[in-house]
Design a protein around this ligand. Structure first.
Ligand code: ZN
Length: 110
C-alpha cells in the first residue's frame, strides 16, 4: 500500500503528547490526543519559514479546525489555515494536498 502515499503530500500521525515544534516534519500533520479524542494539530508552515502552526481541534474553542481522513488516508483540514503572524501564509490541506489560497474571489474556502 505504500504506493498510495506518492499521490498525496500530507500524512497524519496521532501522538499522545505535544511535539517539539522545532522537530516537525513538513509533510506530517501531528494530531495530539487519541483516536477518539483529539485536542490539537501541529503542522510545520509549508512556506519554508520554519514556524510551526498549532490548530485547536476542540470545538468549544474558537477558532477550531476539523481533520478528516478518507478511506485512503488522505487528510483534509477545514477551514483553511491562515497564519496571522510572520509569513502570513494562507493555505488549505485537502485530500492530502497543499493548496495555497488565492484571492477571496477565487477560493470557495475563505
Ligand atoms: Zn511560513
Amino acid at each position: 500500500m505504500l504506493w498510495t502515499f506518492k499521490y498525496f503530500q500530507y500524512k497524519v500521525e496521532v501522538i499522545p503528547d505535544n511535539p517539539d515544534p522545532k522537530n516537525l516534519k513538513k509533510d506530517i500533520v501531528y494530531v495530539v490526543g487519541e483516536k477518539r479524542y483529539v485536542k490539537w494539530a501541529y503542522i510545520k508552515c509549508p512556506c519554508g519559514c520554519n514556524d510551526s502552526i498549532m490548530l485547536s481541534l476542540n470545538k468549544n474553542i474558537f477558532p477550531s479546525w476539523s481533520i478528516k481522513q478518507d478511506k485512503r488516508g488522505r487528510v483534509t483540514i477545514s477551514p483553511s489555515i491562515n497564519k496571522l503572524d510572520g509569513c502570513k501564509s494562507h493555505f488549505l490541506i485537502k485530500k492530502g494536498r497543499l493548496i495555497w489560497a488565492q484571492t477571496a474571489e477565487s477560493s470557495p474556502y475563505l
